[in-house]
Design a protein around this ligand. Structure first.
Ligand SMILES: NC(=O)C1=CN([C@@H]2O[C@H](COP(=O)(O)OP(=O)(O)OC[C@H]3O[C@@H](n4cnc5c(N)ncnc54)[C@H](OP(=O)(O)O)[C@@H]3O)[C@@H](O)[C@H]2O)[C@@H](O)CC1
Ligand SMILES: Nc1ncnc2c1ncn2[C@@H]1O[C@H](COP(=O)(O)OP(=O)(O)O)[C@@H](O)[C@H]1O
Ligand SMILES: [Mg+2]
Length: 277
């Protein structure tokens, strides 16, 4: 298991080329947020925008539209029940983030199955929260795509069949290889399994133990993968940045809110971007 260092930031976060436009930095479509969990998809969307994704569209329950726009006018909105529009928006995305606050009822299952039908093989798909629970519990076949799973330990138990106490690096590695794609097993010391490597994040603080922290990470991963060509490095850099920002804030704070990590992101990325010397 390779322990991540700050090096992952400077090798991954590139300086923005002068000759570029929003399309250069990727289109991210996020799907989630039922009537009860609107905050989850708003935090994920904000994290993608503040991480630098060029264009962000949020597909969520209609009841979340005004909160989304009040909080994040940079994001476009589409109604989660309008599947014709959802299909088009998925097709036009480089990265799809599926699951924060989606819920696990019948409507959520229908949305997830329809989204899977629209996904194409070249796309990067981040499956988080409820999407992981539904895939595991309903034994859903996964679409052909570059899939990144971001389970917490109970979601990983549902997906891998490994009880939390049995989630050792060796067992996780084997399960991740069977499932395929990239797996981010979140805990106080998050592990990342790619097809060729395993990484451990040495950072993180209990000040992060608050609802929405993982939703924020899912959106950050979406933003990083949309911009940076090496998707394994992009995932590692997003995980490392999420915890590094939290540790910085936790020097002065008892608890770190997901929204505060989001607000810090543009400055943190500027400090750690690749410097051409
Ligand atoms: N503001 C919003 O809109 C928010 C919306 N959210 C959205 O809610 C949806 C459901 O996600 P979820 O994570 O809250 O619930 P679920 O998947 O049932 O897991 C909880 C169960 O697992 C257990 N557990 C054991 N170990 C664990 C661990 N390390 N980390 C976490 N749990 C652990 C735990 O045990 P317990 O704490 O009860 O002992 C409990 O039995 C999802 O779509 C998410 O995006 C949230 O992000 C919150 C903010
Ligand atoms: N004690 C802790 N130390 C370090 N990181 C933590 C700690 N508790 C939670 N986290 C981080 O917070 C996030 C929690 O994710 P998750 O449980 O999916 O949150 P939510 O679904 O509420 O957004 C993960 O990135 C995890 O690594
Ligand atoms: Mg979560």
């Amino acid at each position: 298991m390779q322990v991540l260092t700050e090096n992952i930031l400077t090798t991954t976060i590139r300086q923005r080329p002068a000759d570029s436009y929003k399309g250069t930095y990727g289109r991210v479509t996020l799907i989630g947020g039922n009537r009860n969990f609107g905050g989850a998809i708003i935090m994920a969307s904000a994290a993608a925008v503040y991480a630098g994704a060029g264009l962000v569209t949020t597909i969520t329950d209609a009841s979340n539209q005004s909160s989304l726009h009040a909080r994040l006018p940079e994001a476009m909105f589409a109604d989660i029940q309008d599947f014709t529009q959802t299909r088009t928006l998925i097709r036009h995305a480089d990265v799809v983030v599926l699951g924060p606050g989606l819920g696990t009822d019948t409507a959520a299952l229908t949305t997830l199955k329809q989204a899977f039908q629209a996904i194409t093989p070249e796309q990067h798909v981040i499956l988080d929260g409820s999407a992981i629970t539904l895939v595991a519990e309903q034994h859903l076949p996964l679409p052909q795509a570059h899939i990144i799973f971001t389970p917490h330990q109970m979601e990983w138990q549902r997906l891998s069949g490994l009880k939390i106490a049995a989630q050792t690096p060796a067992a996780n590695k084997q399960a991740a290889a069977t499932i395929g794609g990239i797996v981010v097993v979140k805990s106080h010391r998050t592990q990342i399994y790619t097809p060729t490597n395993a990484y451990e994040n040495p950072l993180g603080t209990p000040a992060q133990a608050t609802g929405g922290m993982g939703d924020t990470l899912a959106g950050m991963i979406g933003g990083f993968v949309a911009q940076f060509a090496d998707s394994s490095a992009a995932v590692c850099a997003a995980v490392y940045s999420h915890s590094a920002i939290a540790e910085l804030l936790a020097q002065q704070q008892y608890v770190v809110l997901p929204s505060q990590i989001i607000t810090e992101l543009p400055h943190f990325m500027k400090v750690h971007e690749h410097k051409d010397v």
